[in-house]
Structure formats: C-alpha cells, structure tokens
Design a binder for this molecule. Structure first.
Ligand code: AMP
Ligand code: GLY
Length: 416
C-alpha cells in the first residue's frame, strides 16, 4: 500500500514511524513533512490546507490511504473531497469536524445531549455581549468560535478586561472571521486531562491515556504552549473515573451522533476539566494530539494501518487495539523564546550519540545542504519506553543533554 500522511509536526512523524511498521505498506509520502519524516517517507511540498493539490497528488500517485494530522484540512472538508473521488482517508468529514471548528457548534451539541460542560452563551453582536456581562461572574472564559491556532481562549478576571476582549474579537476582528462569534463560558477550576478515542460506526473506543504538559516552564509556570512534554499512561484515569467518563460522556456523545446523523469516523480528542472527581468537557478536537501521539503510538502493538482501515469501513472493535504494558515519556526540545518569538535555522547536533532506547520525533526541523536545522518553536521530542514512567523518564533525561542547538530549552520535570 501507498500511504500519504498530511502535516509537518511531531505527531505526523510519529504517525509515519508507526505506519512504517505495518507489513502492508510499501511507500509513505508526507506533505509537507519535516527533517524527521524525510528519513522514512518522501516529503512532498504541498501544505495541509492545499486540499485540491493534495487530492491531485493522491489521484496521480495511486495513494491507497491518506491520514490527516492537523485540524485545518478536516474542518475545510478534505475528507468529503477525497471520498467523492473514491479515495480512502482517515479523519472525520466536514460536518463532524465542526466539533473542533466551531466552539458554538460543540457547546450546542454538548448541551443538547447532556454532556457535562461549563455553562455558556454565544454572541455575534458586540453590544448585546457587553450588556449581558452582568449575568456572568469572574474569572470568565471568552472563546472565539473558530480555529485560532490555539490562541482563541482568553480568561478574564474583571468586567473591564472582558469588555476589552469582546471588542478585540467582535469589533477589531483580531481573529478575522474565526471570531465572528464568541462563546462566554463559566470558568471551571480543576485538573485538566485529555482522552483520545477512535470513533466509527457509532462506537467510541478510547486509546491509552496520556498526560500533556502545556506550560513552558517547570512547575507548570509561564505561558501556554502546544505541549512540551507528555507521558502515557496517566494515573489520573482510575477505573472509577473511566466508568464515569463512559456513562456521563462517551455514551452521551454516541447518542448525540446517532440522533444528529453525524457519521463520525476518526479520532475524537476530548479535553476534560476534572472538577472534584467529575469529568466536564472543555473542548473537542477531531484529530490526534501533539505530543500525545508521540507517547501513545510507541505503546500500540497493533498494526496501525489495519486500525485506520477498520475505522474507515466501520469494523473496528476494542480488541483491535493491543497495548504494550510499558510506559512512555517524551520531552520536547524547544527554541529559545517559544511560545513567543524565536529564531529558526540553527544546526542540530548530537542525535547520533543517543542510546538505542531513544526514539526522536521531529516537531520542527528541516534539512538544508545536508545539515539538520531547527525549523519551529517545538523542535524535537526525545522519547523513551520503560518498565514504568520513572524508568522511561530516566532514559530520556540521561540522553537529552546530548542533543544540541543554539538556545535549546526543555522542562526538567516531565513525568516527575
Ligand atoms: P480549549 O481550546 O477550549 O481547550 O481551551 C484552551 C485552554 O483554556 C484549556 O486547555 C484550559 O486550560 C483553558 N480553558 C478552556 N475553557 C475553560 C473553562 N471553561 N474553565 C477553565 N479553563 C478553561
Ligand atoms: N496537545 C494538545 C493538542 O494537540 O491539542
């Protein structure tokens, strides 16, 4: 089989790495890929949002399976386009991808089907939104409706601040059309956790759990990032919590899918706030997480291409997912300045000195004149399996200092 993976991050490198292990795969393409995917796949110079070009490439090259990494092409209907052309593609269609593409859509869905979530109201009119502020308490969460590269959620501590944010989104249009609508939402105080699930034919099958670290500095300090470390499994998901999640969340989501006629196929990534032991849904994503994928896929023993094909044809069942008992830890090396401004293009060295136990997933790298260079805020994910989290963590930190580039940063407390 020939497989096309769409995207350029650590998630897509991990996907290519796992697909490469499939016995049925003869060739992998990655569009556009990075310095890491280049070693196992052929990088193709097409961006994830260039849907027509991707379609043309898949048709011309007899691609048997396409796997979509990021949300943007899903929200813009890549799956519908490929399916119209009888191409197999892993991911939800445009209608289902609204669960990530529109906060208002996902909140309405949750409310209608009783999925526990923060109380909210949506607005498109600036004056109406401001006049309704009197009905909310602080902190107040304000969300732009659409995709805003992870910057669309703002927590306000006063009415003054809230007025300012509402104006910036609805009047000044800092997020353009993605901020045509806003959601005002009750602030939930608890512990964040996420769960990825395969969904097909109205079945929802959770993957092994993972714990993502969002803050840039040790001790969960500093600004939010895309995720700078992760481990799997997460001890937060006790049997009691899993049972609650199944009954209060997963079963209700499936009931909603059936009632709305949403034929969801792909990954549903559920972001939770666990408030006093009760799971509340903060958000849905309709794709694999990054860096969650980098710690979950090394633990998957099953052939992932088989899993993708069964998700597409609706036959996937829980026993198709076989997991390694080992734990996995990843620590992301970042460029100095990330998640703010940072420079790219520094040479990366030391990868050949790493122990064989280490897997390196590239988040943002590229080759130029045979040199591997940094090419993003998140650069490399240094990953290891181990008998338990402590052992996997020890392997990672024993090796991490060997990899060098100018301004390299990382957290010291991942999995501690
Ligand atoms: P989202 O994109 O909806 O996950 O929001 C991004 C981040 O904002 C989450 O990971 C939380 O840290 C925070 N957040 C979102 N909604 C809420 C809420 N209702 N209460 C508290 N924090 C929230
Ligand atoms: N790690 C969070 C995400 O992929 O959205």
């Amino acid at each position: 089989m020939k497989v096309l993976v769409i995207g350029s991050g650590g998630r897509e490198h991990a996907l290519c790495w796992k697909i490469k292990q499939s016995k049925n795969v003869s060739k992998i393409y990655c569009a556009p890929g990075n310095g890491g995917t280049r070693e196992i796949a052929e990088n193709i110079d097409i961006k994830p949002n260039e849907i027509d070009k991707l379609l043309e490439f898949a048709l011309n090259n007899n691609i048997d399976l396409t796997v979509v990494g990021p949300e943007d092409p899903l929200v813009h209907g890549i799956v519908d386009k490929f399916e119209e052309n009888n191409l197999k593609i892993f991911g939800p269609n445009k209608q289902c991808a609204q669960l990530e593409g529109s906060k208002d859509f996902s909140k309405r869905f949750m409310e209608k089907y009783g999925v526990p979530t923060a109380k909210y109201r949506s607005f498109t009119d600036h004056e109406v939104a401001v006049s309704e502020l009197k009905n909310f308490t602080y902190p107040l969460v304000i969300k732009a409706d659409g995709l805003c590269l992870g910057k669309g959620v703002i927590i306000c501590n006063s009415e003054e601040e809230a007025k300012n944010v509402i104006k910036k989104i609805l009047v000044d249009k800092i997020f353009g059309d993605e901020g045509r609508k806003i959601v005002l939402e009750e602030f939930l105080d608890g512990v964040e956790a996420s769960l990825l699930c395969f969904v097909t034919d109205n079945k929802i099958i959770p993957l092994e759990s993972a714990k993502d670290y969002k803050k840039i500095y040790d001790g969960d300090l500093g600004p939010n990032t895309g995720g700078v470390g992760c481990f799997s499994p997460s001890p937060l998901f006790t049997e009691e919590l899993n049972n609650k999640i199944k009954k209060d969340v997963l079963d209700k989501i499936i009931n909603g899918f059936i009632n709305e006629g949403l034929n969801f196929k792909g990954i549903l990534f559920i972001g939770f706030m666990i408030v006093k032991g009760e799971p509340k849904v903060l958000e849905f994503n309709v794709r694999f997480g990054d860096p969650e994928t980098e710690v979950v896929l090394p633990r998957l023993k099953s052939d992932i291409v088989d899993v993708f094909l069964k998700t597409i044809d609706g036959t996937l069942v829980e026993t198709d997912l076989v997991w390694d008992d080992k734990s996995c830890v990843t620590v992301v090396l970042t460029s100095s300045g990330y998640p703010g401004e940072y420079k790219k293009g520094y040479e990366i060295s030391g990868l050949e000195e790493l122990d064989d136990s280490i897997i390196v997933f590239h988040n943002g790298s590229r080759y130029e004149n045979n040199k591997l260079l940094t090419n993003g805020g998140r650069v490399l994910s240094i990953t290891s399996l181990g008998e338990n989290i402590a052992k996997a963590r020890e392997e990672v930190y024993k090796n991490i200092g060997k990899v060098k580039f100018e301004g390299v940063c990382y957290r010291n407390d991942i999995g501690k």
